[in-house]
Structure formats: C-alpha cells, structure tokens
Design a binder for this molecule. Structure first.
Ligand SMILES: Cc1cc2nc3c(=O)[nH]c(=O)nc-3n(C[C@H](O)[C@H](O)[C@H](O)COP(=O)(O)OP(=O)(O)OC[C@H]3O[C@@H](n4cnc5c(N)ncnc54)[C@H](O)[C@@H]3O)c2cc1C
Ligand code: SF4
Ligand code: SF4
Length: 374
C-alpha cells in the first residue's frame, strides 16, 4: 500500500514547496480543489487523513517501483524511455478528419479512431482559451481534431477526466504530458483500494515533454507583444531555431526561448520522465521529418489500438530508424540524469526518518541513471 495522506499534506508538500504543476488530478474529486487560469488552489480545509488528491498527485510520495510493478508487471529500472514493445514513425491516415495538428496528427488520429470504434466513449483533451489551457471532454470522433495542437503550458486536463468519471463514462480516453500520465497511472492503480474509486481509463496517450510554461507568466509576457486572444497556434521548433513561434490572426510572432525559459515552473526540473513511460502509447515529434511523429507502443491495448487505427485508415505507420531511437534515448536519459541530480540536491527523493518524499525509487536504480553512483 503506497503512503497516502490527505489534502493538508498535499498543501504542505506540493503547493507550499511550489511543486504543483497544475495537472488537475486533484480537481473535481471534491468541492475543495479548483484550478483557475493554470493555478490549482484549495478553497476550504478538509480533515480527511487520506484522500485521492494526495494519492493521485504526481508530485507527492510517488513510489515508481510499486507503480511500475502494478501497471506494467516490471520493476522500475530507470531506463531512459521506460518499457515498450515497439517504436514506429506515424502520421494521420486518409480517413482522419483534417485539423491543425502539431506534428503528424498521430494523437488526434488515435483518439478519434478509439471513439469511432467504441473502444473509448469519452476522451479528456486540452483546449485553449486565449493562452489558458482548458480541459475538454470529447464524445464525437469528428470533434477530436478541433483540440489538436500543443499548448505548451501546464494544463489541468485531468480535471476533465475526473469530471467524466463522475458523469458515469465507462471507457475513458485521455491525452496528457508525462506528469499527467503518472497521475493517470496512479488513478488506474486505485491506491486506496476502494471499488467506488475505480477510474475506467481505456486508453492513455502520453506526449513527450521536456518542460512546460507557467500559463499566467506566459500570458503576462505575450500580451505585451501580441493580442493573445488572436493566437491560433504555437510551436517550438527543434534547435537551432531557439524561438517559440505564435501563429496569430495578425501574422507570425517569434519569441526568443531565452525570454520564455524563465517561465518554466521549477517542478519541471525534478521530473524524471520525458516520454510518458506509463501511458499505453506515447507520441512526440519526429525530429528531422516534418509531418510525422515518433510513436512508442507500450501496452497490449496500445498495440491493438494502433493496429486497428492503421487498418481503418486513420493512421499510417512506418518502421523507425535505429539512429532516431538512440537519439531519443539519449535525450530522455539526459532529462532523467538532470532531474535526479536536482531531486537529490533538494532532498526530495527517498527521504527517511518519517519525512515525506516527492518520489521513491530503488537505491540501486540511482546508479543506472547517474553513472558512477552506486
Ligand atoms: C507542454 C508540452 C511539451 C512538449 N514537449 C515536447 C518535446 O520536448 N519533444 C517532443 O517531441 N514533443 C513534445 N511535445 C509533444 C508535441 O508537441 C506534440 O504534442 C506531439 O508530438 C503530438 O503531435 P500530434 O501531431 O500527434 O498531436 P495533435 O494531433 O495535434 O494532438 C495534440 C494533443 O495534445 C493535447 N494537448 C495539447 N496541449 C496539451 C497540454 N498542455 N497538456 C496536455 N495535453 C495537451 C491535445 O488535447 C491534443 O489531443 C510537447 C507537448 C506539450 C503539450
Ligand atoms: S494533483 Fe496536480 S494539480 Fe493537484 S497538487 Fe498535485 S500537481 Fe498540483
Ligand atoms: S516537464 Fe514533467 S512536470 Fe513539467 S510539464 Fe512536462 S511532464 Fe509535467
């Protein structure tokens, strides 16, 4: 049984330490936690000694070995991209409704097909109102493309998932960042063991992520340079571009990464996962091949969904060159190493003497991630 506390401890460990990423996993479970313009706050005190808010939070007492064993049936070994079956190149197929996809539209195609085929009855996606990300629940496959495109801000998507559970949906889809996929994994493992807490996630599609931006600070910065209500899309091309590009009604606006990097929440610097290791499927950009994605197939259900989406003409896939997989693995290992160093430096990992930790991993795994450390 994982260490689970209540909302008092969640405030002490996560909110007061400025570790909250605003994922939304603690929102819409009770009347107390709300997310407003990217920030999650507790409105009223609650005295329960244990709660799903703490149990689902990806920044509070996460025992990675336990969650890997429960969900994947393997121990946590700190490998750069986590357990997987296959990695392929993918993009939308001819049957998929068009949209402003971030890359190849693989995520939208997979979700649309899962709804159309009945594998999923509602999917929690992320919309944007001006620059503020908003959770959206989608039940019609034709609507999925409307929410395509990455919003490079931390988003309360999982509030939408919690709402869908309350509304009684039985086969849920969800798309999110690695921290959100960790929260979804905790939901799926039902940490308090109560049947009424069952979260029926049928398909979890994770994104790659190195960092996100703070919504409020980004809005404050960009409203000096453009009409943020007129932003139609955003992109952060791979190096050496070094800019964020905004597609606005008035034209293209470029913002230097050196201006926006200070807006990355500190909690992203203690995040060990770049590729959504606990999702059924993980999707990122395919560097050097515009219009395509990198697709990591992890679970049996994920593999089935990809196969069926290809058969139905929603998705197309090709084999992935080994060189690209090695490059991805190097980038993911670098994030793990950086973040583990920061966790150790801040005393947030494997604490003892009754002190709570952000994350726990087996001591031996430290050596796998940090070369030279036993
Ligand atoms: C904060 C962030 C950082 C990222 N960093 C990287 C990176 O370093 N390297 C890399 O290869 N890829 C990164 N990505 C993923 C990449 O931008 C694409 O989302 C991914 O390649 C899927 O492309 P697609 O064409 O299949 O997506 P689309 O078909 O366009 O669908 C995108 C989906 O993402 C969901 N979404 C959008 N914004 C968010 C959000 N903020 N939180 C949760 N869900 C969201 C939408 O609901 C939509 O379903 C990042 C994405 C985000 C949101
Ligand atoms: S569950 Fe998500 S929104 Fe809630 S405290 Fe944890 S990180 Fe913040
Ligand atoms: S870096 Fe980690 S904590 Fe930050 S948004 Fe991405 S997955 Fe979440």
């Amino acid at each position: 049984m994982p260490q689970v506390f209540g909302s008092k401890e969640l405030l002490e460990d996560v909110h007061q330490q400025e570790l909250c990423i605003g994922c939304g996993a603690c929102v819409e479970l009770c009347p107390y936690f709300k997310n407003y313009r990217g920030k999650t706050s507790r409105l009223f005190p609650c005295t329960l000694p244990q709660g799903r808010c703490f149990a689902y939070c990806p920044k509070a007492e996460v025992d990675l070995d336990e969650i890997y064993r429960k969900l994947r049936n393997v121990p946590y070994d700190g490998s750069p991209i986590g357990p997987y079956r296959n990695i392929v190149a993918a993009k939308v197929g001819p049957k998929m409704a068009s949209g402003s996809f971030q890359g190849g539209g693989t995520v939208s195609a997979l979700v649309a097909h899962a709804i159309k085929s009945g594998a999923v009855d509602a999917a929690a996606l992320t919309d944007r109102e001006a620059l503020t990300p908003q959770p959206r629940l989608v039940t019609r496959w034709e609507e999925v493309s409307r929410y395509a495109g990455a919003k490079f801000m931390a988003a309360p998507t999982l509030a939408g998932l919690n709402q869908a559970v309350r509304q009684g949906y039985k086969k849920l889809g969800v798309v999110g960042t690695p921290c959100q996929m960790l929260a979804v994994a905790q939901m799926r493992s039902n940490p308090l063991g109560k049947p009424e807490h069952h979260v029926p996630v049928a398909l979890a599609v994770g994104l790659f992520c190195n960092w996100a931006l703070d919504t409020r600070q980004l809005s404050a910065l960009l409203c000096e340079r453009t009409d943020i209500a007129a932003v139609r899309g955003m992109d952060i091309p791979p190096p050496p571009a070094n800019v964020m590009i905004l597609d606005t009604a008035g034209g293209r606006v470029e913002v230097s990464l050196s201006d926006i990097k200070p807006l990355i929440p500190h909690t992203c610097f203690i995040c060990l996962d770049m590729t959504s290791e606990l999702a059924d499927l993980s999707v990122g950009m395919y560097e050097g091949r515009a219009g395509w994605n990198t697709l990591i197939i992890r679970s049996e259900e994920g593999a089935r969904q990809v196969e069926e989406a290809v058969k139905a003409g929603f998705l197309q896939s090709e084999s992935m060159p080994g060189e690209i997989i090695r490059h991805l693995s190097t980038a993911a290992a670098a994030k793990k190493e950086r973040s583990l160093r920061m966790l150790i430096q801040r005393g947030l990992i494997n604490t003892n003497g009754g002190r709570r930790a952000v994350v726990r991993i087996p001591q031996a795994v430290m050596g796998n991630i940090l070369p030279g450390r036993a």
